[in-house]
Design a protein around this ligand. Structure first.
Ligand SMILES: [Zn+2]
Length: 61
């Protein structure tokens, strides 16, 4: 499956109903507020949540 975050085809997990590869998942797990990439991952989480919310609001008929 293709990762919804980075678009690569990697082994990973299904989180909030979307597919995320291990690499992106590890990044999310290990990122800290002090990390210079933190803002990037805040955006990433926002993307994940928007996928989740839009799925909830627009159930597939
Ligand atoms: Zn990924």
């Amino acid at each position: 499956m293709y990762c919804k975050v980075c678009g690569d085809e990697n082994e990973g997990y299904r989180i909030f109903g979307i597919y995320m590869c291990k690499r992106c998942f590890n990044k999310l797990e290990t990122v800290s507020i002090d990390d210079e990439d933190y803002d990037e991952y805040k955006n990433l989480i926002r993307i994940l949540l928007s996928y989740y919310i839009s799925k909830e609001l627009n159930p597939v008929n």
